[in-house]
Unconditional design. Structure first.
Length: 266
């Protein structure tokens, strides 16, 4: 894996890596969350997204992201998860990708302990209807209790089913829909400030439209799929495009691993 950037904001002295597989420690340093986040209030959360796209803009193939990914992409995927307090995913992505609980990884245990984190990130599932199978391991056997983020108008029977399964219900909306910016705040208020969303495209689009996204980690896959697959972000557009700045760029076997930060982000 080669570092194609000569400098990274806030890390100008880091030398370019040789053309080899980066260690997990090196990836953890390269993708570290910003230091000095306030403990509470505005700006206490940092929301990053991790997505993959083909050259022609497809975020999936046959409904899943795995066919357009690669081994290095999965190493970065695992690193980003290991650095996060919480992994946020939409209900449809949880169903399509067969989400399971995040696991503790020995390679990151000391780093997480030093940062005051538990052994593994929590998973937060965003769903207005709570049309979820609460008998799945994601809910019945997580190392850290799974959170379900929904609106106050969600069916009471489904809220009760979620709680019975052991999930923590987070209300982040006044009706049946989830307010994405409020979801970020509600999770941060629970101490889950290093946030990672893995989509899907509709959820990421909602975070973008709400101006809640601080950072995008985007893998550009050297593949073409054609067809009508979703882009990495869908749903309502923004009035004016928001400019992000390139923070780092890595390459391996034709795959580009970019990291962009909102220009006014810390």
């Amino acid at each position: 894996m080669t570092d194609l950037t000569t400098s990274t904001p806030g890390d100008e002295d880091r030398a370019a890596a040789p053309d080899r597989e980066w260690s997990l420690d090196e990836l953890a340093e390269a993708y570290a969350y910003p230091s000095g986040l306030p403990a509470e209030g505005a700006g206490s959360a940092w929301l990053r997204a991790n997505m993959v796209s083909t050259l022609d803009g497809a975020a999936q193939h046959d409904g899943r992201s795995q066919p357009i990914s690669c081994a290095a992409d999965m190493r970065i995927f695992g690193t980003l998860r290991a650095l996060a307090d919480v992994v946020i995913a939409g209900a449809e992505t949880v169903r399509l990708e067969g989400y399971r609980p995040a696991r503790a990884r020995e390679a990151f245990a000391a780093r997480r302990a030093a940062a005051g984190q538990g052994p593994a990130p929590a998973v937060a599932v965003v769903s207005g209807s709570l049309d979820l199978d609460f008998s799945l391991p994601l809910f019945t056997g997580p190392l850290v209790p799974t959170l379900v983020v929904t609106g106050a108008g969600a069916p009471a029977s489904r809220i009760a089913a979620a709680r019975k399964a052991g999930a923590e219900v987070v209300i982040a909306g006044d009706g049946t829909r989830v307010d994405p910016a409020r979801a970020v705040r509600e999770l941060a208020d629970r101490g889950l400030r290093r946030q990672l969303t893995e989509g899907g495209p509709r959820l990421l689009g909602q975070f973008v439209a709400a101006g809640a996204l601080d950072e995008l980690c985007l893998t550009l896959s050297p593949m073409l799929t054609a067809g009508d697959a979703q882009r990495i972000a869908g749903g309502p557009g923004v009035t004016l495009p928001e400019r992000f700045a390139l923070a780092s760029l890595l390459e391996e076997d034709g795959f580009l691993f970019s990291r962009y930060r909102r220009r006014d982000a810390r």
